[in-house]
Ligand binder design. Structure first.
Ligand SMILES: [Zn+2]
Length: 302
């Protein structure tokens, strides 16, 4: 097998320009922000995704979607924030590397602050992991505690396609999700299979299913991942049983039901909808134009 460095291969958009911030020189970055000052920062995780899916799954999925959006729109993608913050029930799984919340938030704030200093004034923290309750704290800390003058937006890939993630909804003729989105399950395995087929062990998917699903509080009151059902408790509002106790194989759900086809429909639709938003953002706030979302010196009287 021939060696190929993971990071040495430049990735270009459809205009023949570099997509990734970390692959550009300072001169290229200064040119880029004059033309387009929108940047997506993929916020993923390194965590167990069961027996058949790579631990970088979340980071991979978010970065893939950001890269495809950048390919079409000319925005820049920041190097992903690989490690993530985790809810308590993930802790202890082999392969899961949780970063303390305070450290994670401060890290993200620093990334935002200095991207803004470099000239990126519309910063999308593009989440792909169960940490959507943590990232908005970084958004406000950057503005209030660090005085950042930029429009900061937090979103997760699944938020763009919640309608498609309903169980039983026809994705295309004869293709539908059979189980709700949780973790390293039918949906996540399908999406990874589509975006990074070489990083799914398709044979092992069959033996990765959870033995049984357990819940502390009945489902009708507590949402699943992505909060796709608008239930009174979001999934991150309540404690859940530890995965190390109840899901030793690392899949909370049924990855045996995954297919590349399901992943394709969901990912392509998410990309399409995010591109529509980015095109709107480009037009509404051209380079250098930023809505004034920060306070003025003297605004506060404490
Ligand atoms: Zn995941």
């Amino acid at each position: 097998m021939e060696y190929e460095s993971r990071f040495a291969r430049p990735v270009y958009n459809k205009f023949g320009e570099k997509i990734y911030f970390d692959q550009m020189t300072m001169a290229e970055i200064l040119e880029r922000v004059k033309k387009n000052d929108i940047i997506m920062v993929p916020c993923g995780s390194i965590e167990s995704h069961g027996l058949a899916q790579a631990t970088g799954e979340d980071t991979l999925i978010g970065t893939y979607i950001a890269e495809r959006v950048a390919f079409e729109t000319g925005i820049t993608v920041a190097p992903p924030i690989f490690y993530g913050s985790h809810p308590s029930h993930h802790y202890g799984m082999p392969g899961t590397i949780p970063i303390k919340k305070e450290a994670y938030i401060d890290y993200v704030v620093s990334v935002v602050k200095w991207l803004s200093n470099t000239g990126f004034k519309k910063i999308i923290l593009f989440n792909s992991h169960g940490q959507e309750y943590v990232l908005p704290i970084a958004k406000d800390k950057a503005i209030i505690d660090e005085g950042v003058h930029a429009l900061i937006m937090v979103t997760s890939w699944w938020a763009w396609v919640r309608d498609l993630l309903q169980v039983g909804r026809e994705l295309k003729p004869g293709v539908r999700l059979e189980t709700p989105f949780i973790h390293a399950d039918e949906l996540e395995a399908s999406v990874l299979w589509y975006v990074a087929p070489k990083l799914v062990d398709v044979e092992k998917l069959k033996e990765s299913d959870a033995e049984k699903m357990v819940g502390v509080i009945p489902d009708k009151w507590v949402d699943k991942a992505g909060n796709v059902y608008s239930r009174p408790f979001s999934w991150f509002d309540v404690s859940h049983y530890m995965e190390i106790h109840h899901y030793p194989k690392g899949s909370v759900g049924y990855p045996s039901k995954a297919s590349k086809e399901k992943g394709e429909v969901i990912v392509e639709e998410a990309i399409k909808r995010i591109i529509e938003f980015v095109e709107w953002l480009k037009e509404k706030y051209p380079p250098g134009v930023v809505p004034k979302v920060w306070p003025e010196p003297g605004d506060f009287k404490y």
